[in-house]
Design a protein around this ligand. Structure first.
Ligand code: NAD
Length: 710
């Protein structure tokens, strides 16, 4: 038999199927696995001596999901409809054959079972899971623009009822085995591997039947199907409206899941699976799924494996990290490093200030303990690793120092010199500046080849990206060490070259400024904000501007103008920033007044004074036109970053935009959006926008030269 599944039968007629996809750290649903599974099911069905079968895995987890690389090949091969349909239904068909072959199958879930892996378990007649709190179960397909297409949308509601099943699939939630037991997704838990096997065998030997509840006569979906009960009708109506509101109709998958569950629940199982296959096919042929799988899975996995790391440099994990400045960012960086097991020296101008930074970590850890996500001894151990100080000599043993002091070149130069005076010769110095060019900051360094930019995002504990910036003189060792550290703390790196604002701040800045420019033109502020959110951007440009602070934007504007001199190009947003900073003195959220007002204890609302400051134009643009401007300006600025060599890999652009500032995932990222729109169409739209709104929309030559982006 194929070695992808090891097959054996014991003396009492219980077959054991051990999934072990060769050459992989975890099992994925590959075409080979499918073929092997089909053969095993046939064997179990045909062999009269076999009473039933236990399905388990030889790896640390059960099955991590579908092989998404295979899926991208499917997207790229542009298969004909028939071929694609065969592919889309292949797992579903095999699983249906398993559950209807007449013999009982039990899933021995020895660890993580996600996506197709959990769908295989759902097709089994009984499920026992190892009670490991670290194991993850779930149907997360929606996060990649897909739906559970191997029977999940039909079996899960039939097993636990529509009300409980829907949120798990629409949100793609992960849950632990013990939660799975509460939900009814698994039938039993086992304390260890021996008990797992024993419980599975026992269920078969005690007469467990190879017949699913939904294949029995008179079966009814728990809690009803379709809109049979008012509460259920409500679930679908509210669910659809909520999903539409949350996703701005940019994501077809959650809506497809709702439809699939609603319609499928009214059909017998075979017809329901056929219906699921049709919806799955539709998503498979959509650009959204392709974009999401490529950027959020393929590109992200490659970045996490450090594709951009220079070759031939030995890996040196950071044992002790120095963090300069225990403010918002410094405290966050210290926290994530300590969580990853790294000792941290956290330095500020006074011991009290450094202790305050450490106290922030205490707060974050306590919240985790409170929610039951962390044991208090572990939290204490994490906190122990952070050593607050105001003494520079304490940095002596650090292999890496990250500065997060005020955004001021003179202050940064001073801390660079002080740190280097005590650091060992091999140590790397990184700056977390968000705007100041790294090559300029490196002038304060006595060893600029060991000086690098590491741009974290706020709040550090939640944001997954680190933008690593190579200055003009940054050496390969510094780059390798910085990337290793990003991997050590479990974040995703992109690598960019030096430039004002690097990649993320520069392109994000273009987004915010476009919003302000529209305000100056007389576009209704609510239209600007809503259009942005409907396009899938997390926060409208005016709200973002308030969050950042008008004072900060003013400082950046003045510094950029000074830095560029006669090369500086005016932007219509400059005037808005100046007016808010100097005249109106509304400096943003922290000041309690900006484009929004922030009533005590109430929700923020757009400042009514905007109407007098920026009289509304008689004719307002369509929502789509506002969205186009806000999105396209970001793609254009990204294309300029490619042209100028700030970015060297389109994957960094796409990944950085989605993980860094929440550019809509449906687009696949800033560059992928151009591809999704079609380069020719994109170019024509930008030329038209340039004529209407200014040269910033004129497409760069780099883009014109390309037929397609990737
Ligand atoms: P912050 O004002 O909260 O913290 C700065 C800290 O540095 C303060 O605790 C201050 O006491 C300390 N400090 C100042 N001078 C010092 C010195 N000479 N020696 C030791 N400590 C000193 O600022 P922040 O928001 O944490 O930003 C810090 C850096 O991170 C800035 O360069 C900023 O541009 C960058 N950054 C900020 C964000 C953000 O969203 N806040 C995001 C990315 C990057």
């Amino acid at each position: 038999m194929n070695e992808t599944i090891r097959y054996s039968v014991d003396a009492e007629g219980v077959a054991l199927l051990v999934l072990d996809v060769p050459g992989r750290p975890m099992n994925l649903l590959t075409p080979d696995l499918l073929t092997a599974l089909e053969a095993c099911v046939d064997r179990v069905a045909r062999d009269a001596a076999v009473r039933g079968a236990v399905v388990t895995s030889a790896k640390a987890g059960f099955v991590a999901g579908a092989d998404l690389k295979e899926l991208v090949n499917v997207f790229d091969a542009r298969l004909g409809r028939e071929e694609l349909s065969r592919y889309a239904r292949s797992f579903s068909k095999a699983f249906r054959r398993l559950e209807t072959c007449g013999k009982p199958f039990v899933a021995a879930i020895n660890g993580t079972a996600l996506g197709g892996g959990l769908e295989l378990c759902l097709a089994c007649h009984h499920r026992v899971a190892l009670d490991d709190p670290k194991a993850k179960l779930g149907l997360p397909e929606v996060r990649l623009g897909l739906l559970p297409g191997a029977g999940g949308t039909q079996r899960l509601p039939r097993l636990i009822g529509i009300e409980k099943a829907l949120p798990l699939m629409v949100e793609g939630t992960h849950f632990s085995p013990s939660r799975a037991l509460e939900l009814g997704v698994v039938d039993e838990l086992a304390a260890d591997a021996a008990e797992l096997k024993a419980k599975c065998r026992h269920w078969i030997l005690a007469g467990g039947e190879g017949l699913q509840p939904w294949d029995r006569k008179g079966y009814e979906l728990p809690g009803g199907a379709g809109a049979s009960r008012p509460a259920l009708a409500q679930t679908f109506m509210v669910g659809t409206a909520l999903v539409a509101r949350k996703t701005g109709r940019n994501y077809p998958a959650p809506v497809a899941i709702l439809s699939c569950v609603y319609e499928g629940g009214l059909l017998p199982m075979d017809a329901a699976l056929e219906l699921e296959g049709q919806y799955f096919m539709e998503l498979l042929t959509s650009r959204v799924a392709r974009n999401m799988v490529r950027t959020l899975f393929i590109d992200k996995s490659a970045a996490d494996k450090l594709v951009r790391r220079p070759k031939g440099i030995e890996k040196r994990p950071v044992v002790q990290l120095g963090v300069l400045g225990a403010g918002n960012m410094g405290a966050g960086i210290a926290h994530v490093a300590a969580l990853a097991g790294i000792d941290v020296v956290l330095l500020d101008t006074s011991l009290e200030a450094a202790q305050q930074g450490r106290a922030r970590s205490r707060g974050l850890l306590d919240a985790q303990v409170h929610r039951g996500r962390l044991r208090s001894e572990v939290a204490d151990a994490v906190l122990e690793r952070i050593r607050p100080t105001a003494t520079w000599a304490d940095l002596a043993d650090c292999e890496l120092v990250i500065e997060a002091v005020f955004e001021d070149s003179a202050v940064k130069a001073d801390v660079t010199r002080r740190a280097e005076a005590v650091l060992g010769p091999g140590a790397i110095f990184a700056s977390n500046t968000s705007t100041l060019p790294i090559s300029g900051l490196a002038e304060a360094s006595s060893r600029p080849q060991r000086f690098i930019g590491m741009h974290f995002f706020s709040p550090v504990e939640r944001m997954p990206l680190v933008e690593v910036i190579a200055g003009a003189r940054t050496g390969d060792e510094a780059l390798a060490q910085a990337l290793d550290f990003v991997q050590q703390i479990g974040k995703t790196p992109i690598v960019v070259n030096d430039n004002r604002g690097f990649y993320t701040s520069r392109v994000f800045g273009a987004y915010v400024k476009e919003g302000l420019a529209m305000l100056a033109e007389g576009v209704a502020p609510a239209l600007i904000e809503n259009a942005a959110q409907m396009a899938g951007l997390p926060v409208g440009p005016l709200a973002v501007s308030d969050e950042l602070g008008i004072d900060l934007q003013y400082r950046i504007l003045e510094e950029t103008r000074r830095g560029l001199g006669s090369a500086y190009r005016q932007h219509p947003a400059d005037e808005v920033i100046r007016r808010f900073h100097d005249g109106l003195q509304r400096h943003g959220k922290r000041a309690g007044a900006g484009f929004y007002e922030y009533p005590d204890g109430g929700r923020k609302r757009l400042w009514p004074g905007l109407a007098a400051e920026f009289p509304r134009a008689a004719e307002q643009p369509a929502v789509e036109a506002v969205q186009e401007r806000l999105l396209y300006i970001q793609s254009l600025e990204t294309a300029r970053c490619m042209e100028e060599g700030v970015l060297t890999d389109p994957a960094d652009a796409d990944l950085g935009s989605i993980l860094g500032w929440g550019f809509p995932a449906w687009s696949g990222g800033t560059l992928s959006l151009i591809d999704t729109t079609g380069t020719t169409r994109f170019l024509a739209a930008c030329e038209a926008l340039a004529t209407l709104h200014g040269e910033r929309f004129r497409p760069p030559e780099w883009l014109k030269d390309r037929d397609r982006i990737r």
